[in-house]
Design a protein around this ligand. Structure first.
Ligand SMILES: Nc1ncnc2c1ncn2[C@@H]1O[C@H](COP(=O)(O)OP(=O)(O)O)[C@@H](O)[C@H]1O
Ligand SMILES: O=P(O)(O)OC[C@H](O)CO
Length: 503
């Protein structure tokens, strides 16, 4: 009996393959970064073929390190950066252009046009989403409008659209030679093309945004006992293994944090920052600028839904400090630099590089640093960079508290930035609730592995996963009310200056 489950986690900055044993322990993992391409202000691209190559590398790397024969792997789960859009030729596997990444704002004008007729919330009832550059539908439309010949190929059924899960599953299961063209409900719920109630592509949405149905994948459950397909023995796994788990990475982290019941929530601090609250088996509309999204669908059981607060720039700002300003060499060094001063010296950094996502959805916002005096040093700047993530999280928590009618008693966290203890303490201070980090922080891979292992019968029930969750550290608020509110008021004032910066 096969005893292991592999997760392929394709994130914004890197790709990981993690191999778990039956007790959810990591047997081996490999990780590789890929290039971030910024051809113009506001544009962000990835090379889809580079992503597929990195995926093959890390699968082989993890298998080598694990020393596990491929036939011992019971199931493969895929999880991915969401919304990022790839379109390719089903006959050759050749992409029609670079992947348009979720942070890319080239569709701002198109979104404005779409919103002219009915406002930015015209599709909210059906999709749970505002019209915004973030989502895949406008990115598909942009490519159809700009790549010569693509529209004809799409109508003929030769051009396929996929988010990155779909792209990778297609290659893993055979590519041009019989690859399976599927996505799961969580990824589909980020396109502006899926109806949140029927969980199917919606003809009116397809017409409004101008996307031919022939290019869209089949929508499957996130954990699929019928399996999407099997890996090719001549591919990186070297054996035919069922691919039967697929979730967007933030939903996978929700599962990995064992938020499987209404009222449970987590916040993941990676390139961006994403707070998801499980709302049970019905979509809860947001009045406060959050997204209503699918949390997961396990087999044929009803879908679970979530409210989500998406923040576009969190760890990305640390990378910017590193790569564009050269103030640090490695991301982790920001903590030492920030600790060299007592506070931010009164400055705020609003990192509206992709406009502002939740709760503002303002694509005309641009980044700013405000409050500068001759006193300010790079230490203060480093603090303001970290604080920006915590303030944006507070905005999302406030919106969620109003939408859900009750705020979280504590915040479960994960993602690359939660190694930063200064940030975690500041987060607790600015929220006024404890922040809790689990011992196992690879929650995204764990969630994808769990979805696959559940479908393949490795883990028939969730109790083992729940028992696996253990608290590592907890930060409790040290600030009083007055200090917390004064600091947050300053943040809101700075945000007010950043919105609608572009004409
Ligand atoms: N010690 C740290 N302090 C602050 N930010 C960090 C630290 N370590 C990593 N990061 C940031 O976390 C992000 C990577 O986290 P990860 O969860 O791997 O992201 P993703 O899944 O989006 O690729 C990067 O943006 C990096 O700058
Ligand atoms: O890959 P991450 O962790 O940056 O997550 C990106 C989100 O899925 C975008 O919606």
């Amino acid at each position: 009996m096969a005893r292991y489950v592999a997760a392929v986690d394709q994130g914004t900055t890197s790709t990981r393959c993690v191999i778990f044993d039956e007790s959810f322990s990591v047997v081996a993992m490999d990780q590789k970064e890929h290039r971030q391409i910024y051809p113009r202000p506001g544009w962000v691209e990835h090379d889809p073929l580079e992503i597929w190559e990195r995926t093959r590398d890390v699968i082989r790397g993890a298998l080598d390190r694990a020393g596990v024969p491929p036939r011992e792997i019971a199931a493969v789960g895929v999880t991915n950066q969401r919304e990022t859009t790839v379109i390719w030729d089903r006959r050759t596997g050749r992409p029609y252009g670079p992947a348009i990444v979720w942070q890319d704002t080239r569709t701002a004008e198109l979104c404005e046009e779409l919103a002219r007729d009915g406002g930015p919330d015209r599709f909210r009832d059906r999709t749970g989403l505002p019209v915004a550059t973030y989502f895949s539908g406008p990115k598909i439309r942009w490519m159809l409008d700009h790549v010569p010949g693509l529209r004809e190929d799409a109508w003929r059924g030769n051009a396929l659209f996929g988010t990155v899960d779909t792209w990778l599953i297609w290659w893993l299961t055979g590519g041009p030679d019989g690859g399976v063209h599927v996505t799961d409900v969580t990824n589909a719920s980020r396109t502006l093309l899926m109806n949140l109630h029927t969980l199917d592509w919606d003809e009116e949405l397809l017409q409004a945004i101008g996307v031919p149905r022939a290019m869209l994948p089949r929508i499957r459950p996130s954990s699929d006992p019928a399996f999407y397909g099997s890996t090719r023995p001549d591919g990186p796994f070297g054996a035919a293994i069922p691919v039967c788990g697929d979730l967007g990475d933030q939903q996978a982290a929700l599962v990995g944090q064992t938020c499987l019941a209404p009222g449970e929530s987590k916040n993941t601090y990676g390139t961006g920052c994403f707070l998801l609250l499980h709302t049970g088996n019905r979509p809860v509309p947001s009045r406060k600028g959050l997204l209503t999204t699918v949390a997961y669908r396990l087999g044929e059981s009803p879908a679970a839904y979530a409210l989500e607060g998406s923040v576009a720039v969190a760890g990305a700002l640390v990378q910017w400090l590193r790569d564009n300003l050269g103030l640090i060499e490695r991301s982790a060094e920001i903590e030492t630099l920030a600790r060299s001063v007592e506070d931010s010296g009164g400055i705020y950094f609003v990192p509206a590089f992709s406009g502002l996502f939740a709760p503002h959805w303002n694509s005309k916002a641009r980044g700013l640093i405000i409050g500068l005096t001759r006193y300010i040093t790079k230490g203060h700047l480093a603090r303001a960079v970290l604080e920006a993530t915590a303030y944006q999280t507070r905005e999302v928590v406030e919106a969620m508290t109003e939408d859900a009618g009750v705020g979280p008693a504590e915040l479960k966290v994960d993602g690359g930035m939660v190694r930063n203890e200064l940030l975690m303490q500041f987060q607790a201070d600015i929220l006024g609730i404890p922040v809790v980090r689990p011992a196992f922080t690879e929650t995204t891979s764990l969630g994808a592995a769990y979805a696959a292992g559940l479908a393949a019968g490795v883990w028939p029930e969730p109790e083992g996963l729940r028992r696996h969750w253990q608290e590592d550290r907890r930060w409790t608020p040290q600030w009083d009310h007055a200090r917390r509110d004064a600091a947050y008021r300053g943040w809101l004032k700075a945000v007010g200056r950043a919105v609608d910066w572009l004409d």
